[in-house]
Design a protein around this ligand. Structure first.
Ligand SMILES: [Zn+2]
Length: 174
């Protein structure tokens, strides 16, 4: 799965978090690789009873676990008392990313559910529609057929990924 837009992240967050009363109490992290392929949806804390910034150590630890490497993340949880002020969540984003503890990992935003809906700092639509997100990978559709040896951008990229995966598997086993 390629995450192409913020609504993909909201859909994943909703599916992970809003399954039952237990999953709703957890802090969730959605991780993506350098191509915005989904890597994992992980439970960072089973009972989230502190503000999200209190879980930096747990998030760091989860980012060091395989499967690696992770390049982008989003966080999802349920708000106990969300503010009606529209800037509160953006301020948490800023606090979360302030001191560089994430390294090369980029926080795409947070999705915070309450009783009636959700708040999100993840861009809502296709990432390509936003100024400031030009650095993100872009999903494309290339019409088929894609015969063996096809030299279209999608097939060339796929072959390159296969080669890199093989090389890294060989390096791991050697
Ligand atoms: Zn092709």
């Amino acid at each position: 799965m390629i995450i192409e837009a913020g609504y993909d992240i909201v859909t994943l967050a909703d599916a992970s978090l809003n399954r039952n009363s237990r999953t709703r109490r957890a802090l969730w992290m959605i991780t993506m690789d350098e191509y915005l392929h989904l890597v994992t949806t992980t439970r960072i804390a089973r009972e989230m009873d502190l503000p999200v910034a209190a879980y930096i150590d747990e998030i760091s630890a989860a980012l060091r676990q395989p499967p690696l490497p992770v390049r982008y993340i989003a966080l999802a949880y349920r708000a106990t008392s969300p503010s009606s002020d529209s800037t509160w969540l953006g301020e948490i984003d800023e606090r979360l990313t302030a001191d560089g503890w994430l390294g090369d990992v980029e926080l795409l935003g947070q999705v915070v559910f309450d009783r009636t809906g959700y708040f999100s700092t993840v861009p809502r639509f296709s990432f390509r529609d936003y100024i400031g997100l030009e650095h993100l990978p872009r999903a494309v559709s290339v019409l088929g057929p894609h015969d063996v040896g096809c030299e279209c951008v999608a097939c060339v990229h796929f072959e390159q990924m296969l080669l890199e995966n093989r090389q890294s598997a060989e390096a791991d086993s050697g």
